[in-house]
Design a protein around this ligand. Structure first.
Ligand SMILES: *[C@@H]1O[C@H](CO)[C@@H](O)[C@H](O)[C@H]1NC(C)=O
Ligand SMILES: *[C@@H]1O[C@H](CO)[C@@H](O)[C@H](O)[C@H]1NC(C)=O
Ligand SMILES: *[C@@H]1O[C@H](CO)[C@@H](O)[C@H](O)[C@H]1NC(C)=O
Length: 461
C-alpha cells in the first residue's frame, strides 16, 4: 500500500502536516516511483519470449556487503553485491529459478476478515481501460482490454488503468472474494503471484515475490476514513540468498518496509524452511508478527492490523521471471509443471510503466475526501513490479522519503505488533501493565506514543 499523506513518526511533522495545503501531497507521489527508472520509450517490444524492459541508467554498481549489513565483523568475509554482475560473477542463467528460491519462499497469513483478497492481473485488466493522466482515453483499450494490449501502450508513467465500472460498489473483481487460499495446501488457484529473481553476483541472489490485490483499503484515522484507498495494490517481499542460503528478508509496507535476518523469522509449522509473514487488513502491508502496527503518524493514529487468517502459499501458483536490469526472461520451469510456460500467455506485461489503478479522484468527485492529517480518501494506483528498485543493493530499496540518511537497519529481533493481540514483547507495550490507567495514558503521551518507540527501535532493533 502506498499512503499519500505527509507523515512522520515524530510529533513536529504532525503539526507540519496540518498546516500544509493539499498540493503538498503531490511531490510525495513522485517519490513512490523508482528514481532508477526514468520514463523512456522503448522501441522494440514485440519479442514474446525475451522481454526488453527497463535499463538501469546508473550503470555498473556494486556495494561491499560491509556497507549493507550492520555488523561489519559478522559479514566481513562476504563478497560484494553487484547490481550488474558480469557473466563470470553470475550463478544463474536467464530463466533459471533455483530450487532454493522456492524452498525458502515466504508464506503469507492474510487477515482473517480480509475484504480485498489477491487477484489475477490478467482478469483485473479486462475490467479497466487505459487513460493518459490528462484523461485522454486509449480507444483501443475500451473494449476487450488485455495484458497483450497493456504491453503495447507507450512506456510512460502517466498512464492509468481506469476501472470501467464503479470500483466503490465492490464488484467481485475488486474484492477477489473467491480467492481464499486452499485450506489443504495454501494455493490460491485463480491468483498467481509474481516471482522475479535477480542475480546480484558473487553468489548473491535476490528473489522478489510480488502480491497483487485489486484494491487497497486504507486505514481509518480518528474514526473517519478510510484514507489512502487505491485501485490496484502491489506489495512485495524480498528473500536475499548467498550461495543458496537465505540471509535477509525484506517486506514492503507503506512505501518503506522492514529488513530482517531470515534466521530470526517465524517459520511455517508444516514446512519449516518457509518464513511466514503477515498481510495487514485492507492495506496488505507486510509484517513479521501479529497485532497492531502503528506507522507514519504518532499516538497510534494510523495502524495496520495483522492476524493469523488464511495462510497463502504463493509458490503454489506463480509467474516466474529472471531479470537483469534490462531483460526479463520467463522461468524455464515452474514448480507446478502445469504452469510451465504460462508466462508466455501473460505476455510482455512487465513492460507496462503506468499505474495499475485509477488516478486519484478529483475533489469534485463525491467519492473523494481530504483530511489535513491523513490526506486523500482515494489516491493513485501504484506502478508495477519493475519500478520497485529490483537492482537494489541495500535490501531496503529506496526507503521512505523522510529517511534522508537512507539507512537500512536489518533487525536482529522480530518487530512485534502491539495491543491485546500481540504475541510478543514490544516497546509499544512498555506501559501496558501500568496502573492506574490514567498514569499509563500520561506515560504514553509523554513518550510520544509511537515516536519514542520508533527511536528506541531504530537504535536497538
Ligand atoms: C493528453 O496527453 C497525451 C500524451 O501526452 C496527448 O497525446 C493528448 O493529446 C493529451 N490530450 C489532451 C486533451 O490534452
Ligand atoms: C476515441 O473515441 C472518442 C469517443 O468515441 C472519439 O471522439 C475519438 O476521436 C477517438 N480517438 C481516436 C484516436 O480514435
Ligand atoms: C471483443 O471481443 C468479442 C469476443 O471475442 C468480439 O465479439 C468483439 O467484437 C470484440 N470487440 C471489439 C471492439 O474488439
Amino acid at each position: 500500500m502506498r499512503f499519500a499523506s505527509v507523515s512522520l513518526v515524530l510529533l513536529p511533522t504532525l503539526v507540519l502536516s496540518t498546516v500544509l495545503p493539499p498540493e503538498w501531497n503531490e511531490p510525495l507521489h513522485a517519490l513512490d516511483h523508482d528514481p532508477e527508472a526514468p520514463d523512456r520509450e522503448d522501441p522494440d517490444s514485440d519479442s514474446s519470449y525475451i522481454f526488453d524492459t527497463i535499463s538501469d541508467p546508473l550503470g555498473d554498481r556494486e556495494m561491499a556487503i560491509q556497507n549493507v549489513l550492520r555488523s561489519p565483523t559478522k559479514f566481513a568475509n562476504f563478497p560484494p553485491i553487484v547490481a550488474h554482475p558480469k557473466d563470470h560473477e553470475k550463478t544463474l542463467t536467464p530463466g533459471e529459478i533455483p530450487d532454493y528460491v522456492l524452498d525458502y519462499s515466504p508464506h503469507v497469513y492474510l487477515y482473517s476478515e480480509e475484504r480485498y483478497l489477491p487477484y489475477d492481473i490478467r482478469d483485473f485488466v479486462t475490467h479497466t481501460h487505459a487513460r493518459w493522466k490528462n484523461g485522454t482515453v486509449f480507444n483501443e483499450t475500451v473494449a476487450n482490454m488485455s495484458l497483450h494490449k497493456l504491453a503495447t501502450l507507450p512506456r510512460k508513467k502517466k498512464i492509468y488503468l481506469t476501472c470501467n465500472t464503479d470500483f466503490d460498489l465492490d464488484p467481485d473483481w475488486i474484492t477477489g472474494v473467491h480467492n481464499r487460499p486452499s485450506l489443504i495446501d495454501g494455493e490460491i488457484k485463480n491468483a498467481p503471484a509474481t516471482l522475479i529473481v535477480v542475480d546480484k553476483g558473487n553468489g548473491w541472489v535476490d528473489s522478489f515475490w510480488f502480491y497483487f490485490y485489486s484494491f487497497n483499503l486504507g486505514p481509518f484515522v480518528s474514526g473517519s476514513g478510510p484514507y489512502g484507498n487505491h485501485v490496484g495494490d502491489w506489495e512485495h517481499s524480498l528473500v536475499r540468498f548467498y550461495k543458496g542460503k537465505p540471509v535477509i528478508v525484506w517486506l514492503s509496507a507503506h512505501g518503506g518496509g522492514g529488513a530482517y535476518y531470515y534466521h530470526n523469522l517465524e517459520k511455517s509449522q508444516t514446512s519449516p524452511l518457509h518464513p511466514v509473514i503477515f498481510s495487514a487488513r485492507g492495506t496488505h502491508a507486510n509484517y513479521v508478527s501479529v497485532g497492531q502496527h502503528p506507522h507514519d503518524l504518532p499516538y497510534d493514529i494510523l495502524s495496520d492490523f495483522t492476524d493469523r487468517g488464511p495462510l497463502w502459499d504463493p509458490s503454489k501458483n506463480y509467474l516466474g521471471y529472471t531479470y537483469d536490469g534490462k531483460v526479463a526472461t520467463p522461468a524455464a520451469r515452474n514448480a507446478n509443471e502445469h504452469h510451465t510456460g504460462r508466462e508466455l500467455e501473460y505476455g510482455n506485461w512487465l513492460v507496462f510503466r503506468g499505474h495499475w489503478g485509477d488516478k486519484q479522484l478529483p475533489l469534485t468527485d463525491p467519492r473523494q475526501q481530504y483530511s489535513l492529517i491523513a490526506g486523500y480518501h482515494h489516491i493513485d494506483g501504484p506502478t508495477g513490479p519493475l519500478t520497485k528498485s529490483l537492482l537494489r543493493l541495500s535490501p531496503c530499496g529506496r526507503g521512505k522519503w523522510w529517511n534522508f540518511w537512507q539507512g537500512c537497519n536489518i533487525r536482529e529481533n522480530i518487530k512485534w505488533g502491539i495491543g491485546v493481540e500481540s504475541e510478543g514483547y514490544n516497546c509499544g507495550n512498555i506501559f501496558l501493565h501500568v496502573r492506574p490507567k490514567w498514569l499509563r495514558s500520561v506515560l504514553n503521551q509523554l513518550t510520544w506514543g509511537g515516536g519514542f518507540c520508533y527511536v528506541v527501535d531504530l537504535l536497538y532493533g
